[in-house]
Design a protein around this ligand. Sequence first.
Ligand code: HEM
Length: 102
Amino acid sequence: MHPILPSTTQHDSLPEYTKAQLALRNGQDRDEIWVCYEGLIYDVGRSRLWTRGNHYGHWAGQDLTDELHRDAPHTAHVFDKFQVIGRLKMPPNLVTANQTGR
Ligand code: HEM
């Protein structure tokens, strides 16, 4: 079980961003530093551990779900103090009945 649930009804009203839009928030191209975990996008811009978008060799601006599970010495609870600012827009073939609300 993941400590943080993926997009459920409580996050349905959040704006959706495409992978391309997320990629611009890598701490290099724009001021914003965003990280996606389990479909939810977190603003980690105020973290000194994500300065310029890099965190122990991992770059912001993308979905880092697999990297956290594979490499991180910590759980996803590190996201608890950061605000969810959006959801990653899934390619149409990956949109499930749950996400479309049906
Ligand atoms: C080699 C892999 C990684 C290392 C060595 C690492 C190390 C750390 C350390 C030492 C901390 C601070 C203390 C703690 O809470 O444990 C931290 C915090 C954090 N990590 Fe990682 N991490 C890694 C991968 C990742 C990945 C892939 C993500 C994103 C999915 C991530 C997201 C975060 C976040 C959001 C924080 C909180 C930052 C803050 O509180 O300012 N980490 N990490």
